[in-house]
Design a protein around this ligand. Structure first.
Ligand code: SF4
Ligand code: SF4
Length: 442
């Protein structure tokens, strides 16, 4: 079986958050394959630990993926500050005799170093066009945990587990491996907090992750971490402002200083992302939205909203307001050129992670979250049929059926983009619907 088929059978999706099916990504041909080990979201600690714990597996999975896309060069992107991890990777690259193919690219400690387009530029000097994807400049990017999963797939092991960091204002900061489909509340309780009434939970990193409305969900292959903060933490207040509140404040207060635009990572790559202009538009009843299409170039990194704006406004929300309007009108931005160059001021306008962490009030929680040996054994798992970009998986098991851990339980619909799903525990299927397949442990 080809690697592509093995990756498809194993149900691998991007483990870095976006959830794009990996077999579809690896079907391309590219000059470079890049490993995204930047982990630029503050407080998350999965990738850096996996690279240190499983260097051989990650290097082999990454090499196989690179060969699959015919890449002539493979670069591991990791922040230069992770000196110990780099040393381990360097030693293993030499030992495995793949030094001619794989090199390490040290990234600056900036936010968002892990944004795919920033990563591509930092590692290759190429600029992904506006509204584009890395393959347009000959690059395929995969996350470190995805590379680990590719290695496992080459041995016939599907994705049934997920590594998750618990961080924030909690007694136990840790990183743990849990079965896909585990109730999120079971994972959150490992933090040492039992009653979450006074807490808010961010699903993912503190910059881009949304604040969860309730804690009733189940772990998917996309989860990377949960950041738990007191409900009155300024970051939570900022992130939970409604669009109506954000719009009202934006209209009343914007000074048009342009800081949101001047520090925007996509603007600095040479794109026309112009959040200050979206802020200005809010003050007028703009009918023709042609000039607002640039709102679609925003990567939602949130830097403008929690760092750049000196008076705490909501420029990303202004972008989102117009993105929604444009989607309703089915209007899409079209780049005006093919080749983009970074702005000359870029290197002076990069935002150091330490400053960002201090600004968003997380300095006290910027601590290790070591990998634990704790085993989470949920009685029942709910495995979502939609964990990925594309069509939901089609259930391949019936209620009452007994399944083994690793067994295929949901398939990709014919002629569709999607990902297979597998039983993460052995047991009996208690629910097999459009949204979830539930399994009760033996
Ligand atoms: S939103 Fe803030 S940073 Fe942007 S132009 Fe207005 S005041 Fe300046
Ligand atoms: S969230 Fe703000 S800073 Fe980030 S890409 Fe969008 S406009 Fe730029």
């Amino acid at each position: 079986m080809s690697l592509l088929d093995m990756v498809k059978e194993a149900g691998i999706i991007g483990a870095g958050g976006a959830g794009f099916p990996t077999h579809a990504k690896l079907a391309s041909k590219a000059d470079y394959i890049l490993l995204n080990g930047a982990e630029c979201e503050p407080l998350l600690r999965v990738d850096q630990q996996l690279m240190e714990m499983f260097p051989d597996e990650i290097i082999k999975g990454f090499e196989a993926a690179g060969k699959q896309v015919n890449a002539t060069k493979a670069i591991i992107g990791i922040k230069g500050k992770h000196k110990e991890v780099i040393k381990v990777l360097q030693e293993r690259i030499e030992e495995l005799k793949v030094g001619d193919y794989i090199e390490i690219g040290a990234l600056p400690d900036i936010y968002p170093a892990g944004d795919e387009q920033v990563l591509v530029y930092e590692l290759t000097g190429r600029v992904v066009p506006e509204a584009g994807i890395p393959i347009q400049v000959g690059c395929v990017v995969i996350n470190s945990e995805t590379a680990l999963n590719i290695y496992h797939a080459s041995l016939g092991k599907p994705v049934t587990e997920k590594y998750i960091t618990l961080a924030g204002d909690i007694p136990n900061r840790l990183t743990v491996k849990v079965p896909v489909g585990t109730p999120i509340i079971d994972v959150l309780r490992l933090s040492g907090i039992e009653n979450f009434e006074d807490y808010a939970v961010i699903d993912g990193g503190p910059m881009m992750g949304p604040v969860m409305n309730n804690l009733n969900g189940y772990v998917t292959k996309k989860n990377k971490g949960f950041v738990i903060l007191k409900k009155n933490h300024p970051l939570i207040r900022k992130k939970t402002a409604s669009m109506v509140q954000a719009k009202r404040i934006n209209r009343a207060s914007c000074e048009q200083c342009r800081m949101c635009t001047d520090l925007c990572p996509r603007f600095l790559l040479g794109h026309d992302t112009l959040p200050h202009k979206m802020m200005r538009s809010l003050s007028y009843d703009v009918k023709d939205l042609e000039g607002q299409k640039v709102a679609q170039l925003c990567c939602q990194c949130n830097l403008c909203e929690v760092f750049s704006c000196p008076i705490g406004l909501y420029p990303k929300s202004a972008n989102n307001y117009y993105r929604e309007k444009l989607a309703e009108l089915n209007m899409r931005y079209k780049p005006t050129k093919e080749v983009f160059e970074v702005r000359t001021a870029r290197e002076h306008r990069l935002v150091p992670s330490k400053r960002l962490i201090a600004r968003i009030g997380l300095r006290d929680f910027d601590k290790p979250a070591p990998m634990t040996e704790i085993t989470v054994k949920p009685e029942v798992v709910h495995i979502a049929t939609r964990q990925h970009v594309g069509a939901p998986a089609v259930p391949a098991v019936k209620v009452g059926e007994h399944v083994q851990e690793g067994q295929l339980i949901g398939t990709i619909p014919e002629e569709s983009l999607g990902a297979a799903i597998h039983a993460s525990i052995s047991g009996t299927v208690t629910e097999s619907g459009n949204d979830y397949i539930a399994i009760r442990r033996d």
